[in-house]
Each structure stands twice: as structure tokens, then as C-alpha cells.
Design a protein around this ligand. Structure first.
Ligand code: BDR
Ligand code: CA
Length: 331
């Protein structure tokens, strides 16, 4: 068998992050070295607890490291986030959880008994990436705060990162604001640090993830697997479909993307992403209407060097095959 692909995941778990983590744990081709958590879909305590719940449900011994509870600087200027419409039902601390939401505070899995490691995710990332003998791929499915902090503290870690594959950004499709995607919008400075780090970056934007939606029929198939984990996945996707129908109706009603899982699909089979273009991508962090926008320069002669592979499409059938064949293994 070929060498396993070494990855570190950095997640704001979240329903779609949860499915991405499950795929990575269940794949024999992936060596999941550790999972970092970050604030994003939910406050850090929830994203960490949800991550532990996933790991424990799959009887995995992968370690979980809690990282940054806040974005790098966005909240320093309270007026900056004015253009956010709260599309996702993401709530501020203390708000009542909306009934229809993409991400409930707790995943529908048993509460974890395990705790996160004592070391902070940023310190662990630096230590691991400085000492690894083999290059590691970073799979980032939440705001990029942890990785950007690590790169700022110890830029040498870049030498040992093979590739950064992240779910985030939009080319023509957006969700947090009229021109930004949530993960990037949540910490635009962090995203810009990562994109200008010189490390190979592959961006999986909403344009790609919305081309590989799951529907109620898929949930039925998952429920037929008859396992508490696949039941939980079915429920999470049903909740996502309900939220998408309510807040961001898709081309086909009754369907929803599971964004973050597509990144793991790409790690396993790069051809699951389609229409990949090498572009110059920068992030607007000016605090104005375009705050958090991924600005993709498609001109023949961009002002700055190209720095990111951007996927504009996805192979829907292949992605479904990947998700089902991995989840079948929980039985
Ligand atoms: C991204 O934001 C989060 O809500 C999801 O988990 C995904 O990573 C989609 O914009
Ligand atoms: Ca996420």
C-alpha cells in the first residue's frame, strides 16, 4: 500500500466539519496526525467539544488541540462587522439558538468523556511542523486564525507544510455577506497571512461546494446503514437542508452542501475538484463593504504573483461515492 497522506485538520466543528473529520478518520489512506479547533461556527468550547464527540464516536485516538477563541483582530473595531446579515443562524454568545440552523451548539452524538490536550493548538502546530520528518498537508475547514498565528510566530514551519487545502472564499458565490464567505470573513487577516505565506494553497470555495449537494434521498441511504453515527450524519444533513431551504435556497430545493467534507474528498482523490484555476487571490480586510472578500485576479497579467489554486467545480457523483463508501465503514 502507498504511504498514507499525513494531514492535520483545523476545524470549527460544526456539522460539515464533523463529516469531514469522520471521512479523514475512516480513510485508510489518511494519517490524521491531530485536530486543531478554532472559534467559528460556534464558540471555541463548542467546536472543541463537538470535535471530541466525533473522535470518540469513531473510537479514534487522534488528539484534539483547542486553539484560538477569537479572530486575530476583527473584533477590535466593533463597527467593522456591520454588513453581516447573520445568514447562517450563527448566534452571538448568549443569544437563543435559532430553531432552524446549519450548526446546533451540540452535534447529535453522545457527549464526549475525553478532554482536549493541555497544549494550545498554535503551540502544538509549531512544535509538530518544526520537528516532522515528512511534510504535512494542512486541511483547514474553519477560520484560519490558528495557522496564521503559527506562521507569524514561527515562519519556518512553512518549509514543512506540503500544501494548505482550505474550505473558504467565493468566486461568484457568497454567504456571510454579499461578497464574502464565512470562514474567510470570520478572520480576513488570518486568511491573507496564509495566502501570502508562499506555501501551496488550494481553495475550495462555495462555487465548488454548492455543486456537490446532498438531499433527503441521501439521508435515507445513510439511515439505512443503521448505526448511531450514520444516523447522526443523516440528521445533521437534514438540519442543513432545512436551513438551506430557509436561508439560502439552492438550485435544487431540498438539498444542501456539506462544504468541509469536499476538502477531504480532494485529499483522497484530487479529481473530485474540477475547473481548478491558478490565480492571484487576496483578501479584503479594509473593514468596508467588501471585508472578507476573496479577490480573485483572473487577468492574464495579475499585479502580484499567482498564489492559489481555486476550484470552481466538483464531481458530484464521485463525492457522493466517497462519502458513502467511507461512512459504510462505521458498520
Ligand atoms: C463554511 O462556514 C461554516 O459555516 C462551514 O462549516 C464551512 O466551513 C461555509 O461557508
Ligand atoms: Ca467549518
Amino acid at each position: 500500500m502507498k504511504e498514507k497522506i499525513k494531514i492535520i485538520m483545523d476545524c470549527d466543528t460544526g456539522s460539515d466539519d464533523a463529516i469531514a473529520i469522520m471521512m479523514a478518520i475512516l480513510s485508510e489512506k489518511i494519517d490524521l496526525i491531530g485536530i486543531c479547533t478554532v472559534a467559528g461556527n460556534k464558540a471555541l468550547n463548542y467546536t472543541t467539544e463537538n470535535t471530541l464527540a466525533v473522535v470518540e464516536a469513531l473510537n479514534s485516538d487522534v488528539k484534539v488541540y483547542a486553539g484560538c477563541p477569537e479572530s486575530m483582530v476583527t473584533k477590535l473595531l466593533p463597527t467593522r462587522r456591520g454588513s453581516y446579515s447573520g445568514f447562517t443562524g450563527v448566534k452571538d454568545e448568549g443569544d437563543k439558538e435559532p430553531e432552524i440552523t446549519y450548526h446546533h451548539d451540540h452535534l447529535p452524538l453522545p457527549s464526549p468523556t475525553r478532554k482536549a490536550e493541555k497544549q494550545n493548538a498554535v503551540c502544538w502546530l509549531i512544535e509538530t511542523l518544526l520537528t516532522t520528518e515528512e511534510k504535512i498537508t494542512m486541511v483547514v475547514t474553519g477560520p484560519m486564525t490558528n495557522l496564521a498565528m503559527a506562521l507569524r510566530i514561527e515562519p519556518k514551519i512553512a518549509e514543512n507544510i506540503k500544501e494548505i487545502v482550505f474550505m473558504g472564499g467565493g468566486f461568484k458565490v457568497f454567504n456571510a455577506t454579499r461578497c464574502s464567505e464565512f470562514n474567510i470573513w470570520a478572520d480576513p487577516e488570518a486568511a491573507q497571512i496564509v495566502l501570502t505565506s508562499g506555501i501551496k494553497c488550494t481553495m475550495v470555495p462555495l462555487d465548488a461546494t454548492h455543486k456537490a449537494n446532498f438531499d433527503y434521498q441521501d439521508c435515507k441511504r445513510l439511515r439505512a446503514m443503521n448505526h448511531f453515527v450514520t444516523d447522526a450524519v443523516a440528521l445533521m444533513i437534514e438540519q442543513r437542508i432545512e436551513a438551506y431551504d430557509a436561508y439560502q435556497p439552492q438550485a435544487v430545493l431540498g438539498s444542501a452542501p456539506i462544504h468541509d467534507a469536499l476538502v477531504v474528498g480532494y485529499i483522497l482523490q484530487p479529481k473530485v475538484l474540477e475547473e481548478i484555476k491558478f490565480m492571484r487571490v487576496d483578501v479584503d480586510f479594509s473593514g468596508g463593504m467588501a471585508d472578507g472578500q476573496t479577490i480573485c485576479d483572473t487577468r492574464a497579467y495579475p499585479d502580484d504573483e499567482r498564489n492559489c489554486y481555486v476550484a470552481l467545480g466538483a464531481n458530484n457523483d464521485l463525492f457522493h461515492q466517497q462519502v458513502f463508501s467511507l461512512l459504510e465503514k462505521v458498520n
